[in-house]
Design a protein around this ligand. Structure first.
Ligand code: ADP
Ligand code: ASP
Ligand code: MG
Length: 406
């Protein structure tokens, strides 16, 4: 007998019928395998967005603290409904919110990090034959404030619970049957991967693939939680996220990720002297704005151009701060563009192969796509291109690197 943690995302529990079929699936699994089951659920699909829109009608910038109180209710609805459906099938079940379990987090509201999970109650409930249903995406600070873990945070709840309970497997059930070479909604020829390394999955997630929240992959890698992504609706083995093995090294590129939430800003004609980068970036980080790519040109006339990317939601705020810095530093001007995207190719096989970057750039050039920024690491190459080229860039790279289905 094993202990499995399952997580069902918003679309998997989006209607009463779907919640009932998840309940049936869980009862069948428990009867067939005798496994202990801990189930993490998201809010019903659309609910988190609906509540966010409501909040914006109350205040232009609602406090992160109140957003957490509001958004955590979405998952509370689902845990109760799933327990009712399980009980209706004759299966005993217990529901817990994050605060009831005592999923202790820090106090970074709307993006809190899990620090500790109390497992005593869950273990006791499992021992008496219950299915334990836990609200994803939420926790509580040691002072008792409700927190949430950032969008997609139920994935992280599931993996963190699996680590804390020393579960045999963590299964993320969603609306696709695994991790694909790229988002199948953008490239229908995308291929399902049977396995992907933690390292690659981490890059894919941090470069924009929303299939798993980044922190869930970090957790799984750190605590060695066997992690699998599968479909709620069709049977199959899904994709196992695991450590690198020989078979995987054969593929040069494992996947293509993209991020539509980017904007880029440029401060040009900045006096080229020590301390300039810090003078520009300090006020940005003090405003709690995360910076992604940074490029500084080589100075020719004792001035330089400084470009970086931020989340599109932070674009206006960043432009405003840069206007002030521009005057203070005596720079020439500030430009910005919030119609850009980042497209990245990812693969551990890249480590031992030259020429991947030139193939990427040639492919984009053949399609007439201008590259605006480039950044590389050992296992990924990212480019910033105009938003209108996103689909074309993803599909042409997918084809060029031989990822498409035959
Ligand atoms: P859930 O509500 O179950 O958490 P998400 O919408 O967060 O589901 O994640 C599933 C979606 O992730 C898929 O519908 C798919 O469009 C998208 N996605 C992005 N990149 C990939 C990828 N590489 N492989 C599979 N799905 C991907
Ligand atoms: N309900 C939250 C969201 O929509 C958390 C999750 O689904 O993982 O982001
Ligand atoms: Mg998700």
């Amino acid at each position: 007998m094993a202990l499995h943690v399952h997580k069902y995302g918003g679309t998997s529990v989006g209607t009463a019928d779907k919640i009932q079929s998840v309940a049936q699936k869980l009862v069948d699994e428990k009867n067939k395998t005798g496994n202990d089951l801990v189930v993490v659920v998201s809010a019903m699909s659309g609910e988190t967005n609906r509540m966010t829109d409501l909040a914006k009608q109350m205040q232009t910038a609602p406090s992160a603290k109140q957003m957490d109180v509001l958004l955590s209710t979405g998952e509370q609805v689902t845990i109760s409904l799933l327990c009712m459906a399980l009980e209706d099938l004759g299966q005993s079940a217990v529901s817990y919110t994050g605060s009831q379990v005592k999923i202790i987090t820090d106090d970074s509201h709307t993006k809190a990090r899990i620090e500790d999970i109390h497992t005593d109650k869950i273990n006791a409930d499992l021992a008496t034959g219950n299915i334990v249903v836990v609200a994803g995406f939420q926790g509580i600070t040691s002072e008792g404030a409700i927190t949430t873990l950032g969008r997609g945070g139920s994935d992280t709840t599931a993996v963190a619970l699996a680590a804390a309970l020393k579960a045999d497997e963590c299964r993320i059930y969603t609306d696709v049957d695994g991790v694909y070479t790229t988002d199948p909604r953008v490239e229908p020829k995308a291929r399902k991967l049977n396995k992907i390394t933690f390292e690659e999955m981490l890059e894919m997630a941090s470069l924009g693939s929303k299939i798993l929240q980044i922190r869930s992959v970090e957790f799984a890698g750190k605590y060695n939680v066997p992690l699998r992504v599968l479909s709620t609706f069709v049977d199959g083995e899904g994709t196992l996220i695991t450590y690198e093995d020989e078979e995987m090294e054969k593929a040069l590129i494992s996947g293509i990720a993209f991020n539509r939430d980017e904007a880029k800003v440029t401060l040009s004609g900045v006096p080229d002297m020590p301390g300039v980068a810090s003078a520009i970036l300090k006020p940005i980080s003090e405003a709690n704005i995360e910076i992604d790519m940074i490029v500084q040109n080589i100075a020719e006339d004792k001035t330089t151009d400084f470009t970086f990317t931020v989340h599109r939601n932070d674009y206006q705020k960043t432009m405003h701060i840069l206007q002030n810095i521009c005057t203070e530093l005596g720079a020439k001007k500030v430009d910005g563009d919030d119609k850009i995207v980042k497209v990245s190719i990812v693969g551990v096989g890249m480590r031992s192969h030259a020429g991947i970057a030139s193939q990427m750039f040639a492919t984009l050039a053949d399609e007439g796509i201008n590259i605006r920024m480039i950044s590389t690491s050992e296992i990924k190459i990212s480019v910033v291109v105009d938003e209108k080229y996103l689909e074309l860039a993803v599909r042409s790279l997918h084809e060029s690197f031989g990822l498409s289905q035959e």
